[in-house]
Ligand binder design. Structure first.
Ligand SMILES: Cc1nc(C(=O)O)sc1CCOP(=O)(O)O
Length: 214
């Protein structure tokens, strides 16, 4: 299993969901950042893009203050405007973006757009992608994803009524692709599941509800 270099420097990725917060959202983001996750995915995809962008500016400032990588979710134009290097996309969106262009060179150009990196890393866009099957994982890797989230691994209120895919599924995904995989779904901060998913070959875990209530 030779995984490419992980663009995320740690095991824990926080995922936001403002509807789960009891405190003002930005206050909650600060509390999350105080625990020093490696990254935070700003997943507020029900917001209109203008509101998302406004929120992203504020969240980015907090993440920067705490040295936490902020990954924008779904809104590619916002990511370009804010010159973000890290973007997370659901697979259908990654597919659509890539279909707009004919070859890999053009794809990267299209995706990178105005995403200006530091000079050394020019054009090095870090794309995350959510996958829910081994086939999805293979496709996302081919489309140029730099890391994957695979879920949902354990039962979670956020996917009520849907059976979890389990550790065997996670293992299969991790064994199949050559990019880092983060487990998502039903993982807490101190329940031992982070270690368990890493034993399956995952690079770490994405955690939503537990972080929104921390
Ligand atoms: C946002 C999300 N995506 C999933 C996927 O399977 O892609 S599972 C999920 C919910 C994760 O919430 P919690 O950490 O509270 O279980």
């Amino acid at each position: 299993m030779c995984k490419k270099e992980n663009p995320i420097p740690g095991k824990i990725i926080a995922v936001t969901n403002r509807s789960l917060c009891e405190r003002p959202f930005l206050e909650q983001i600060k509390r999350v950042c105080e625990t020093k996750p490696a990254a935070l995915i700003l997943r507020e995809k029900d917001l209109p893009e203008t509101e998302y962008e406004e929120m992203a500016r504020q969240v980015l400032a907090i993440c920067e203050e705490y040295g936490v990588i902020c990954i924008l979710h779904s809104y590619i134009e916002t990511a370009k405007r804010l010159e973000r290097q890290y973007v997370h996309l659901p697979l259908p969106l990654l597919r659509t973006c890539m279909q707009k262009t004919e070859n890999e060179e053009k794809q990267i150009k299209f995706m990178s757009g105005n995403l200006s990196m530091d000079q050394k890393n020019k054009n090095k866009l870090i794309l995350g992608c959510s996958v829910h099957s081994v086939e999805d994982a293979i496709e996302a890797e081919k489309l140029g994803a730099s890391y994957l989230t695979a879920g949902h691994i354990f039962a979670t209120d956020c996917k009520r009524g849907l059976p979890p895919r389990g550790m065997e599924f996670l293992k299969q995904v991790c064994e199949t692709v050559n990019i880092p995989v983060y487990a998502i779904g039903g993982i807490g901060l101190n329940d031992g599941k982070i270690d368990s998913v890493c034993e399956c070959g995952a690079a770490g875990a994405c955690i939503m509800s537990a972080f929104m209530a921390i």
